[in-house]
Design a protein around this ligand. Sequence first.
Ligand code: ZN
Length: 250
Amino acid sequence: MNPAVTILLAQALLLGAPCASSQASKSSLPGGAAPGASPAVRVSVADSCASLDVRGEVAAAEDIVAAFARQEGWDPALARGTFDAVEVFDTQDALWRRVLSLNSLPQDTPLPTSGLVAGIEKRVFVVVCPAEYLRLNPEYARRTESWRRLLAHEIAHRLHVNTLAGNDDAMGPVWFFEGFAVLAAGQNLDEGLAYPDVKEALAATKEKGPLAYRRFVAAVRLLAARHPLKELVAKANEAGFEEWLQAPGR
Ligand SMILES: [Zn+2]
């Protein structure tokens, strides 16, 4: 297994994270390929959600992340063309078997996280049908536009990597890059949760238990209100990032 995949899957297991492995694919190229809605993107959809407008949802998700990129001062093209195919599965098990085959791993490799619902692996966008998302993750999936926002979350990880010139080892701590993706996707998982200061926000990112992404995005949202997100992204992988965030005057 590619070390990045191993590490991310292990982290996902600990955190109950919904992503396959945010850093697994090193193949995103800024603006390199056609937009998600393009006929050039191959789409395959399981029978149980065949009525979904997958191309439309993917296009809307790309638009969400491109608008976020523009708002934060990045080239919106960095959010586009980050995959060549979209595959929608009716079960988590089918999705996991596809993730394993894309990464040339044995098919009997155990699922690392019960919350796995989507990912972009080797430029293939894999995701479960909305009904399976709801079954696996009702707290997040019952929200308005949750499936579209889930797609946007995965695209947001590729945007993040593209802002780092493709270096997916520079995304910073898990809480930071997952909070970034939730924020960029407009998933609003932190509704009703706001921390009074940076110290509490960072402490909350270390808490164990369900709904970790809710705490992660609340922390990132607080930090993004105090610093340009570009600055946070640039510093997130530096040693002492969290100390810098808590330094007097910040
Ligand atoms: Zn994620």
